[in-house]
Design a protein around this ligand. Sequence first.
Ligand code: TYM
Length: 337
Amino acid sequence: MPSTRPRVLSGIQPTAGSFHLGNYLGAVRQWVALQESHDAFYMVVDLHAITVPQDPVELRANTRLAAAQLLAAGLDPERCTLFVQSHVPEHAQLAWIMNCLAGFGEASRMTQFKDKSAKHGAGNATVGLFTYPILQVADILLYQANQVPVGEDQRQHIELTRDLADRFNGRFGETFTVPEPYILKETAKIYDLQDPSIKMSKSASTPKGLINLLDDPKTTAKKVKSAVTDTDTVIKYDTENKPGVSNLLSIYSTLTGKAIAELEAEYEGKMYGALKTDLAEVMVEFVTPFRTRTQQYLDDPETLDSLLAKGAEKARAVAAETLATAYDKVGLLPAKH
Ligand code: TYM
């Protein structure tokens, strides 16, 4: 029986190896919660990963590693559909249709492309990197997703998805659900621990500012304890004047479920060191079982692969139907069977 629950879809790149704290708090944590209330589709986006050069052996290993981390974080294949993007060929197929609908200027305005291509030297960026957001549009529209749980940095891509869904529907008739971003305010953007003016990310952060979930817990504790704060001493949530402390409070609050006001009261009159020591402990308690669980899934690649195969089969059933409708609406001649 098809589910009557609203649908969510999201994806994560397998490129970095370990997920970082921004990935977890900004997105994956919400994925875990939403599988209880929504018809949820989550994927490891290996096709997105190859928009920049990848070592083939590492890519394959990192794709399994990403799936293992998603399971370790709490995704349950009985409650959600977990799959690898390249296992569902409809993603690339719908992306072509969307490529033919998106404007060159519109794609050129994507800030992530501008940032990433600037880093590699504008002339060296691949065409794949340029059309990356359009593949993401296809990812979302294939599943008729109502909501897309992501961090703030993906908002513009969801806007593009909405624009292209509207455009397709307007031109060819009602076909795609127009999705909404699902971005939680408190964790929309987790900042680098050494430079709280930039978001935590594998490419921009210094190693000390980046919390990798699979790091040795001692390293994690050390990074938290040496987080940059400010020259004041008051522990208060004030993103403008105290971005470092505010970032630590957001992280602390989300991991423990304590409200920020409650933490402010608890740490009144205490030094930054006390906050950092306690948060380091909270982090270690979180990452230690996460590492163990990830390793358990990796130790049994056969089970992992068959679980992903089942996920792909479930995903394909939905994706194939949407693609067939889209092909038909566009006017492609169906192949005779
Ligand atoms: P990716 O792999 O870069 O990141 C995965 C998720 O982590 C979030 N995130 C953060 N959230 C808060 N603070 C941070 N510092 C932080 N860093 C990363 C991201 O917002 C993201 O939600 N293009 C996507 C993958 C994708 C996708 C999709 C997402 C492909 N197709 C379809 C949604 C729907 C990306 O590169 O995410």
